[in-house]
Write a protein that binds this ligand. Structure first.
Ligand code: PLP
Length: 395
């Protein structure tokens, strides 16, 4: 026998995957360049040169055991020291290696935070629509529930009235993702201040901490002079879940970390619980080579200016055609209002023009589509006439 729950998760692929697979078939039929695949968030911008240089240098100059051997379960001490020093320089903080746990990307980081803090089946985690679909999977896998605050469709910032209505003594944590997948919005400092104020009040009222889980794989992918507030500075009980998947274009290498600040209540015990969750889930010793690669590439990112160029092109192109969307401030997604109520039907019609876009339903919002613009600039340029025909078909 097998677990029905795991069978369901494994056999029902996500809508994004399903569209991506359709795209592969269609490309085989009519050629890659004729399919405008905006389905998946796989960075198209190459990893910066430092990645290759670090790999070559590590392979040529270090012993096999150092490069490929097990590190401590929580990650190589020198790697964690270097990451802590870099965070301290950027955010004026005082983290140490012992505040960090290296992971196989943000997926593992978030799973660890949830697993480490769930104490009862009734525990709830709250997130804000539109949200990254896997939060539900990770929360339920840890034996808790995910509650979703409906979106503020005007700004895609937080709707605080609806948030307060969902908070309850069962609330164990709140997951925030800024810059956001799929809206591209960055939560303003005013939003963060208000969120943290409410969390402080409610933690006190309920007599237990409500953890803030900051999901930050897009932290450095922002456009213009925008500050992304660093949440440990606003709220003590914050876990930072970081990943190098997007900022260094390394999604297949699976590398990231969880940060547990000393200021968190019972910080040492919580850190031990993160280590315990790592043991329980088998997420010990993140890839050794890539721990060292990210240490050597500290402070570097892939060329974000390409995403900015793409953002400007697609935002201006689609709004000129009459599409309605919020200007993304970060990440590499555009969240566009579908031209009919049912976003699934709209995406099906888009396929007639070889436009592969993702309906918003699984992100917790109806009537929108997500366009991942981490594709070649040429693809965006070429796709605009197809978006024009799609809009025309509704007139
Ligand atoms: N969180 C968000 C918002 C994401 O968009 C993604 C990946 O697309 C993840 C987490 C998972 O990232 P990772 O590759 O680091 O596991």
């Amino acid at each position: 026998m097998y677990s029905d729950k795991m069978y369901e998760l494994g056999s029902k692929s996500s809508v994004i995957r399903e569209i991506f697979e359709f795209g592969l078939k269609r490309k085989a039929e009519i050629g890659d360049e004729n399919v405008y695949d905006f389905s998946i968030g796989n960075p198209n911008v190459p990893a910066p040169d430092c990645v290759k240089e670090a790999i070559v240098s590590l392979l040529e100059n270090e012993t096999s055991t150092y490069v490929h051997g097990y590190t401590s379960a929580q990650g190589d001490m020198k790697v964690r020291e270097a990451i802590a020093a870099s965070l301290n320089e950027r955010f004026d903080t005082q983290f140490k290696a012992t505040n960090l746990y290296m992971t196989v990307g943000a997926a593992a980081s978030i799973s660890l935070c949830i697993k480490a803090t769930v104490t009862a089946e009734t525990d709830e985690f709250i997130t804000f629509a539109p949200f990254f679909t896997e939060y539900k999977v990770w929360t339920e896998a840890a034996g808790a529930k995910l509650k979703v605050v409906p979106a503020n469709l005007e700004t895609f910032q937080i709707d605080f009235e609806k948030f307060e209505a969902i908070l309850s003594p069962q609330t164990k944590g709140v997951i925030v993702n800024s810059p956001n997948n799929p809206s591209g919005v960055v939560y303003s400092e005013a939003t963060i201040l208000k969120l943290c104020e409410i969390l402080k009040q409610k933690s006190e009222a309920y007599g237990h901490p409500i953890y803030l889980i900051a999901d930050e794989p897009y932290r450095e992918i922002v456009y213009g002079d925008l500050e992304v507030p660093f949440l440990t500075k606003y709220y003590d009980n914050t876990f930072v879940c970081y990943s190098y998947s997007k900022t260094l274009s390394l999604p297949g290498e699976r590398i990231g970390y969880v940060l547990v600040p000393d200021a968190m209540a019972d910080s040492k015990k919580i850190y031990a619980a993160i280590c315990g969750a790592g043991r329980a889930l088998g997420y010990v010793c993140a890839p050794s080579l890539f721990q060292k690669v990210v240490m050597k590439c500290i402070g570097q990112t892939s060329d974000i200016s390409i995403y900015k160029k793409n953002r400007d092109l697609i935002y201006e192109g689609l709004t000129a055609l009459g599409y309605d969307c919020v200007m993304p401030q970060g990440a590499f997604y555009l969240f566009v209002k579908a031209l009919e109520e049912d976003a699934n039907k709209f995406c099906e019609r888009a396929r007639d023009y070889d436009l592969l876009i993702v309906p918003s339903d699984d992100f917790g919002v109806k009537g929108y589509v997500r366009i991942s613009y981490c594709v070649s600039t040429a693809q965006i340029e070429k796709s605009l006439p197809a978006f024009a025909k799609l809009a025309e078909s509704y007139r």
